[in-house]
Design a protein around this ligand. Structure first.
Ligand code: NAD
Ligand code: TYD
Length: 336
């Protein structure tokens, strides 16, 4: 494998993965295809823009022509491109169906037509729905509950259908909540860190007892690299950090790391349909040879420090469209 197409590579995880590939696979050529939506940002890739093994193509994965042109001659596609924020999927679900479902279909067609050796679909633990007890295994029934999760689940089913019907060399990863540098400040960790830095309230949904399993993005990139090279065609692999925390625990940790008071926490009206807990069993990926290498406390401290030191990156993202979204999502919420 030498030429990899990374769709959605200008987003949070995609840009970290591009950096990972260029560093760890220096003979590979990496092509990014990205629409540069509100969440896509070329500044996420600023440090690699002059690397001769990196190329950027501005385009939509729903555009058949651009996808077929860009995918011509690549050995693999890793698909990160998606609308990704649950709260936005409650406000505007249409964009999720277009990109996450139809866009994935366009990519699968290109894999079929061009005979591409490998297609990795980056999916999420949210497709399993809320898990009150125990942990999800890859064969569990999908039970998505938000428009975001339903779109991702539909894409997973389409990927598997193309595997079954046409024998495409597909692999799916289902990761838990990621954190790390370059995460758009609508997601809870960068949102709370940057709000706290400005002494603004942290809008914690409901009782704050919802549980997420936190995965450092660098560990996720290593898992994707492994699955890209060693994953069994047709298989699905869970990728979890093994760090289940309630949102209130996570928020307290952020405030402690920043030396800010707990009084910044503001319990507000819950997210409709808010999944209580996600939890993954990752034995299958462990058998392939992956374990997360980062300790949660250290990776969180490092991540929080990154936002403290990189205000140039996030400050300008928090105006314009973001301010409008913030008002639509948070303006009507009551303090509990
Ligand atoms: P992100 O929102 O930061 O980035 C998404 C990227 O996709 C952006 O660069 C955006 O411009 C691009 N994009 C959106 N629509 C596009 C289109 N139609 N054509 C081309 N590019 C398009 O997302 P992220 O957090 O980096 O997530 C990446 C992938 O990982 C997604 O598929 C997501 O479902 C999955 N995932 C994310 C998490 C997480 O915690 N962030 C966890 C598990 C899985
Ligand atoms: P988020 O980062 O949106 O990821 P996801 O919904 O995909 O898990 O949210 C993580 C958790 O934080 C989730 O339980 C919702 C909660 N949350 C808040 O309490 N307040 C907020 O403002 C946001 C964005 C999230």
């Amino acid at each position: 494998m030498k030429r990899i197409l990374v769709t959605g590579g200008a987003g949070f995880i995609g840009s970290n993965f591009v950096r990972h590939l260029l560093l760890n696979r220096p003979d590979y050529d990496v092509i990014v295809l990205d629409k540069l939506t509100y969440a896509g940002n070329l500044e996420n890739l600023k440090d690699v823009q002059d690397n001769p093994h990196y190329q950027f193509v501005h385009g939509d994965i729903c555009d058949v022509n651009i996808v077929q042109q860009t995918a011509e001659g690549v050995d693999a596609i890793v698909n990160f491109a998606a609308e990704t924020h649950v709260d936005r999927s409650l406000l505007e679900p249409g964009a999720f169906i277009n990109t996450d479902v139809y866009g994935t279909y366009v990519l699968l067609e290109a894999v079929k037509k061009l005979g591409i050796e490998r297609f990795v679909q980056i999916s999420t633990d949210e497709v399993y729905g809320s898990v009150e007890e125990g942990s999800s295994v890859e064969t569990d029934q999908l039970a998505p509950r938000s428009p975001y999760a339903a779109s991702k689940a539909a894409a997973d089913l389409m990927v598997n259908a193309y595997r079954t019907s046409f024998g495409l060399p597909t692999v799916i990863t289902r990761a838990s909540n990621n954190f790390g540098p370059y995460q758009y400040p609508e997601k809870v960790i960068p949102l709370f860190v940057t709000n706290a830095l400005d002494d603004q309230p942290l809008p914690l949904y409901g009782d704050g007892l919802n549980v997420r399993d936190w995965l450092y993005v660098g560990d996720h990139c290593e898992a994707i690299d492994l699955v890209l090279h060693k994953g069994e065609p047709g298989e699905v692999y869970n990728v979890g950090g093994g760090n289940e925390r309630t949102n209130i625990e996570l928020t307290g940790m952020i405030l402690d790391l920043l030396g800010k008071p707990q009084s910044l926490i503001k319990h507000v009206t819950d997210r409709p349909g808010h999944d209580r807990r996600y939890s993954l069993n990752c034995a299958k990926l462990a058998a392939l040879g992956w374990q997360p290498r980062h300790r949660f406390e250290e990776a969180m401290a490092q991540t929080v420090r990154w936002y403290v030191e990189n205000e140039w990156w996030w400050r300008k993202l928090k105006s314009g469209e973001y301010a409008d979204y913030y008002n639509r999502n948070y303006g009507h919420r009551r303090t509990l």
